[in-house]
Ligand binder design. Sequence first.
Ligand code: WTA
Length: 652
Amino acid sequence: MATQHDDVMAESASTDRSAEVDAMAASAKSYVPDDSVVEAAHIKDYDAFRRAANEDIEAFWAEQAQALEWYAPWEQLLDRSDAPFYKWFVGGKTNIVLNALDRHQKTATRNKLAFVWEGENGDRRTLSYFALDREVDRFANVLRSLGVRKGDTVTIYMGRVLELPIAMLACAKIGAIHSVVYGGFSAQALADRIADAKSKMLITQDGAWLRGKTVDLKDIADEAAEKSPFVQTMIVYQRTGQAVTMQAARDYWWHDLMALPIAIGDSGTAVMEAEDPLFILYTSGTTGKPKGLIHTHGGYQLYISNTLKHVFDLKEEDRWWCAADPGWITGHSYIVYGPLILGATSFMYEGAPNYPYPNRWWQLVENYGINILYTAPTAIRGLMRYGDAWPSRHDLSTLRLLGSVGEPINPEAWRWYRDVIGRGKLPIMDTWWQTETGGFMITPVPAQTLKPGSATKPYAGIIADVVDEEGESVAANEDGYLVIKEPWPGMARTIWGDPDRYVSQYWEKYRDKGYYLTGDAARKDEEGFFWIIGRTDDVIKVSGYRLGTAEIESALVSHDAVAESACIGVPDELRGNVIHAYVILRDGYEGSESLVKRLKQHVREEMGPIAVPAEIEIVESLPKTRSGKIMRRLLKAQVMGQPLGDTSTLQD
Ligand code: WTA
């Protein structure tokens, strides 16, 4: 479909998705939910629920916030005076731990399982709400006794073990700000994030099991601590029992500290302002430096618990499995904090979905009686590849809802997920959101009619639209910029240490209108369904991971052999996108296979395995505009065998 807003797509990596959306929207078959699903749902009429909320957004959130406990009520629901630095529940006193743990100790939830866990090596563990609270209490005492104070930052670098949520909750409990760094990041990436957050404390583990091998987290943490002068104390949880070096007066075993008398006793939950920061979470943007987004104790806890309850219809008896990594926003919001606030039972699995065989996940669903599975299209595509026989061997009949997040879900994956995993009938909640939004933004609820490939409609209180360069709504089925027109409680409040960047990145473009710029292109059909096209900036989703081309380019340029580099995302059947890199070598270097290998290894060391380009091509020059901007669009068109389009601004 030719649109009048081709400029929106000009630099984006999403032209194929645009064609895919054309096809999907044209053949859009609607899936109307069964009566039984609607009857059981918390929200039976989504349109009415949304309409009521949108009529008075502040009244809606004030009412929803009654579901939470507060130490002291707020004086002002929303303060717009310093926009775009919006403040929610001003004057309200709370702590996310008050709702995630403390209040459950007074009810039957105390005896319920908070977490059910399985290690890749078959280890099993459960924690009741009572037991989890005890662990968090102890670890909070440990942190305090090691000098961690309210407002201090603590970096956590762990795999998928229950000590990760315990560490997060303990930080929150004492008012420290956690910064979880995904366990797949390299020492350099970890060091950069420690330095940016200025963390004196690093929590890690000896190693994590992955595909039958260990990921040597402590070794990587040691290297990071060397590169960053901040870390004074390291706490090491023992998971694999592998040999590690413990540095005297800096490193302590988790189990040693937890056994000390100072760990025992109620540590007391710190009373926080609603707007006090809860965590920093780094994500990729358009520049080389990752940005640390800040979420708060007050608005965030309301937003994620409210969306989780309604979108996945969490019920008392459910076993919920969000198969993301806790190191990303999906894990923060929907493995750790959201389910705990709702008093739900969450399942966590340590390892790879296909280890030792491609039925591992389906075996887990069967063994643990999972009711709701929430994962990413890339994982679905990966498992689909092994064929239907693997899931078909298992009893998946406990499943009643499915979910998808992180990237657009393509029609084949959607159908396989529904037909093979969902017995041809389970609704799929395709949730569109971002690290910045805290929780689901454009999403169905179970009672919503679905169109495969569409995230359907904005959640209640979320005023989303598709607009042109001037901020005017575009016509139905036209591509445009996806924006959010009104603030919401789960929104990130700022970028750690860089408020100017927060403004320029998200608010500058539509400053006079006060719209939040998502960075995604989208379109809206005649029935108000949103279709996400993809990023309009230089952010690329590889296997659902968010990467900035600029980060990978600067990693490449930091190698002696590289003078200049440009990276693009190229569509890939399995991973959504893969990275193709173009490099110009410095004088004196010759292109060779072994150099390409070394460059890939270099990116792995600088950033981690997720960022390694699938292809590195050595070139003599890069297409640039006369003002010197690399025209990645042309590189991409060339790879895809597409027409180059407008090249009038090309330098030569
Ligand atoms: C993309 C992940 C299409 C989008 C929670 C967004 C999606 C970016 C979807 C944020 C979806 C996320 N359909 N695209 N359901 N969900 N995205 O910060 O481009 O890792 O801007 O947050 O992922 O990625 P992030």
